[in-house]
Design a protein around this ligand. Structure first.
Ligand code: RTP
Ligand code: MG
Length: 138
């Protein structure tokens, strides 16, 4: 079943010059880019995006990080796109969970600076696509 998912290349991925590398992996997997935009992230958008983590101890530093520089936001489409991108990304902790061969496993060292975000469910994808690309067709 074709799905859509919202992906962010976080400020660390953009500032380290990994945007092309990450997009190449997405395209090689067979997922298609339906929308793609470099954006400066307001605190309001960051808080809304990560609202589920509002009570977590790392929320403040997460918002500071996500607003620290431009991100690249994308809508990907393909069969099982949500799980497929999370497979490409690897686990949240780039050392303890993500394995080599994944984006986080190959390029990350710290949990906060883990390069990419991908929606975790169809409900999250719908919400996040509407948040980042309000003009995008549903
Ligand atoms: P994401 O939402 O960014 O795709 O990452 P995820 O599903 O793999 O992980 P999640 O639990 O949703 O956490 C969101 C982001 O918060 C930062 N984080 N820091 N310091 C910490 O313990 C900690 N835990 C999470 C990471 O940037 C993580 O991706
Ligand atoms: Mg998450």
């Amino acid at each position: 079943m074709t799905e859509q998912t919202l992906v962010l290349i976080k400020p660390d991925g953009v500032s380290r010059g990994l945007t092309g590398e990450i997009l190449a992996r997405i395209e090689r997997k067979g997922l298609t880019l339906q929308a793609l935009e470099r954006k400066n992230v307001s605190e309001e958008l960051a808080r809304e995006h990560y609202a589920e983590h509002a009570e977590r101890p790392f929320f403040g530093s997460l918002i500071e990080f996500i607003t620290s520089g431009p991100v690249v936001a994308a809508v990907l489409e393909g069969p099982r796109a949500i799980a497929a991108f999370r497979q490409l990304a690897g686990g949240t902790d780039p050392v303890e969970k993500a394995v080599p061969g994944t984006i986080r496993g190959d390029f990350g060292l710290e949990t906060q600076f883990n390069l990419v975000h991908g929606s975790d469910s169809p409900e999250s994808a719908k919400r996040e696509i509407a948040l980042w690309f309000p003009e995008f067709p549903a």
